[in-house]
Design a binder for this molecule. Structure first.
Ligand code: ADP
Ligand code: MG
Length: 705
């Protein structure tokens, strides 16, 4: 039912607010285009103005060939010296041009006969392209070109490139932004950040900043623009970060209007559990437990992240919190990202709780249908007071009788939506469960301030006593025989060893195969020792059996794929070999290494690699050798990779900024807090407008868990 509405001309409502004027008032935007623009989040003129370029080309001036370097992009004006078609690996048309400062080759792989004849000696061309190193001299491959006699094609501003999408070309986006910028001359953009806060920073006003980033003048500092460090960028980055922070705050406030069960901070069950342990809590564990018990005795849902390096002892803290919730009459769910980790938690929780008369349930995708059915019933009836499991825990058919506390381990592996799903399995009577998230991957402060601003964070910043830092060495893979000797020696001393096989291939099948081969070779090389194998393609029963054997020291050397990456805990294991270490990221290496150094023995980690190493691989291995501190490692990881990747954009819309970049814009964060606090306190309307401007209405569920 399409009715063709007559379009109001853009000039017809010159004073309509930019955020109230829809894009279909612009020339060239019909219904179909409006739909496509919507996929870019563009609905209004304001949205067009906040759809920002991510790079620029300089077509404002002629460059001299003599000053061009490989990688440069630019316009040259030069005379044809010679043109020929050559037949090497590929037939190509080569045109040598010169401008008095140097000469350069234009290279075409696709060309018509007519084209090959048009480059007559002496003709003057204007060409635009990227310069690269060619054989003998610089070249441009398939440049844009025209005869200089047709008149100069230079632009008045740098040429912007926008994030585009299917059916929406750069040309379209430039035309739209042209029109919107034109409109901006008569209607100003609401300035939502008070000048009193901006002025001391020496940043431009919003309208200037918007004009500059869309159409930078020829004399703009191109390097600053390319790096996103131009004051116009900084102005917008500040506003964007402020908006995200305000959005997080809003989500948090919304969350806190929900009711949650009140859980008493004293519990004889927790006391009994504590008394049954072979160790005392560290000071940090006791403090963090206390922090979270303060939360759970409030009638608002807790949303707390426990951050603690691998081996810091997060599990027992979670178990003690669970004991409080159980004693208060609520169920507890503990969700882990992998079968192995979930099984490990199950073992621990059974050891801890069953002697105290609390039954621990188990839900994994790999249960038989009948087992699963009876477990689901047990959960729904409330017979299982604590349920440990994997993703299976938040499937639709699982209903809790009265969930009071949801614990999520290693939250990096879970998406926001999965956490939401678990939250929504809340306790009955409109109560939401408290949520406790545990992660070993420390979140650098800069990320915590933005992406995780909605979570309270507790840090277990102390390892249990007697741990010795793991010594890390890197060895080229040819030195395998030496490594096998080290393994032999460690086992002879009564220690146990992990040997982790990694493949760049994601396929579980190939990984499993590689691990099988390695296990066989090692079993032959170490005939006196017991070699076990565990990988992702084994049935969980087999995996369990092997892990149990390793735990009880009936296996000396465990060959594994990265399935053992998270959480596995065998204190007697003191040597970790990681093959193809150059292929792994820092946090993965740190996680794997964290499997050793859990007992009192001096532990080591050998990173085996294939040279030559890339620059970042060398950096990563260097960092691993220098430090055992997960926090330092996470900070360095952020420097090397950038925020989006560290978090995995899947997990957080918040890392997908339009213009701000964590790491680069970190120095703005203190001001961001200040501005956000001020706005929240004094200007609620501006807060809503900022959130609408930068985040939109649709995406507000992100991070809100
Ligand atoms: P992570 O924080 O990596 O999840 P775990 O909770 O698995 O660490 O704990 C690692 C090991 O340290 C486990 O064997 C656990 O029993 C032990 N542990 C935990 N807390 C203490 C403590 N206070 N003193 C001694 N050992 C502890
Ligand atoms: Mg753990």
């Amino acid at each position: 039912m399409k009715t063709k509405a007559t379009k109001p001309a853009i000039g017809a409502t010159p004073n309509a607010a930019l955020d109230a004027t829809t894009v279909n008032t612009l020339k060239g935007v019909g219904e179909a285009m409006a739909t496509k623009l919507a996929t870019l989040g563009i609905y209004t003129l304001q949205d067009v103005l906040f759809h920002l370029p991510f790079r620029y080309q300089d077509r404002t001036r002629l460059r001299k060939i003599g000053e061009l370097r490989p990688g440069d992009e630019g316009v040259i004006e030069a005379e044809v010296v010679i043109s020929e078609v050559v037949q090497r690996q590929r037939r190509s048309l080569l045109v040598r041009v010169a401008d008095g400062t140097g000469s350069l080759t234009l290279r075409f792989f696709h060309f018509s006969a007519k084209q090959s004849q048009q480059f007559e000696r002496g003709k003057v061309l204007q060409c635009f392209g990227e310069v690269r190193r060619g054989p003998g001299m610089l070249e441009m491959v398939h440049p844009e070109y025209r005869l200089a006699s047709q008149g100069a094609a230079l632009q008045n501003t740098l040429t912007p490139f926008y994030p585009a999408t299917e059916g929406v070309q750069q040309g379209t986006l430039r035309k739209l932004s042209d029109q919107a910028l034109q409109h901006l001359r008569t209607v100003s953009l609401a300035e939502l950040i008070p000048q009193s806060l901006l002025a001391p920073l020496g940043l431009p006003d919003l309208t200037t900043a918007i004009n500059t980033v869309h159409r930078p003048p020829p004399d703009a500092n191109v390097q600053e623009l390319a790096d996103g460090l131009h004051p116009a960028h900084r102005r917008l980055a500040l506003e964007e970060l402020v908006s995200h922070r305000l959005a997080m705050r809003q989500l948090r406030e919304q969350h806190q209007t929900n009711q949650a069960p009140v859980i008493a901070s004293s519990s004889s069950l927790a006391d009994a559990l504590k008394a049954s342990l072979a160790f005392d809590l560290t000071g940090a564990q006791a403090r963090v437990l206390n922090e979270l018990l303060q939360d759970t005795q409030q009638p608002e849902p807790m949303l707390r992240l426990i951050q603690g390096d691998v081996g810091a002892g997060k599990t027992i803290v979670a178990a003690l919190a669970a004991a409080h919730a159980v004693e208060a009459g609520y169920q507890v769910a503990l969700m882990a990202p992998t079968e192995i980790l979930a099984e490990q938690h199950l073992l621990n929780f059974c050891d801890w709780f069953e002697p105290l008369g609390i039954s621990v349930g188990w839900l994994s995708g790999k249960l038989k249908a009948s087992e699963k059915r009876s477990m689901i019933e047990s959960v729904a009836m409330g017979h299982s007071r604590i349920v440990v499991g994997t993703h299976a825990l938040f499937q639709n058919d699982v209903e809790f009788q009265n969930l009071g506390l949801a614990i999520v381990d290693e939250q990096h592996r879970f998406g926001v939506h999965q956490r939401l799903a678990l939250r929504n399995k809340g306790a009955k009577n409109n109560l939401l469960p408290h949520q406790l998230i545990m992660t070993a991957t420390p979140i650098p402060r800069t990320l915590a301030m933005t992406a995780y601003a909605d979570l309270d964070v507790s840090v277990i910043d102390e390892l249990p006593p007697g741990r010795k830092p793991v010594t890390t060495v890197a060895l080229e893979s040819q030195r395998r025989a030496d490594v096998v000797q080290r393994v032999n020696a460690a086992i002879a001393e009564g220690r146990q060893v992990y040997w982790v096989c990694t493949l760049i291939d994601e396929s579980e099948f190939l990984q499993a195969e590689a691990a099988e081969d390695t296990a066989q070779i090692l079993a032959e090389a170490l005939p006196d020792h017991r070699v076990g194998l565990v990988h992702g393609r084994m049935k969980s029963k087999e995996k369990d059996a092997i892990m149990a054997e390793f735990k009880s020291a009936n296996i000396d050397l465990l060959v594994a794929t990265t399935v053992i990456e998270v959480g596995v805990d065998v204190p007697n294991a003191s040597l970790m070999i990681i093959e193809n270490a150059e292929r792994l990221g820092l946090s993965q290496l740190h996680q794997l290494r964290g499997r050793v150094g859990r007992g009192s023995a001096q532990s080591s980690c050998i990173l085996m690699y294939h040279g030559p190493l890339s620059k970042t691989a060398r950096q990563r291995i260097g960092i691993m050798r220098e430090t055992n501190d997960g926090f330092v490692i996470a900070e360095r990881d952020l420097e090397i990779r950038g925020a989006g990747e560290v978090l995995g954009t899947r997990q957080t819309g918040a890392a997908e900024f339009r213009i701000a970049k964590l790491g680069r814009d970190d120095d703005l964060l203190d001001v961001v807090s200040e501005v956000a606090d001020e706005l929240a306190a004094t200007q609620p309307k501006a807060v809503l407008k900022l959130i609408r401007r930068w985040i939109g209405d649709g995406k507000q569920d992100y991070g809100g868990v």
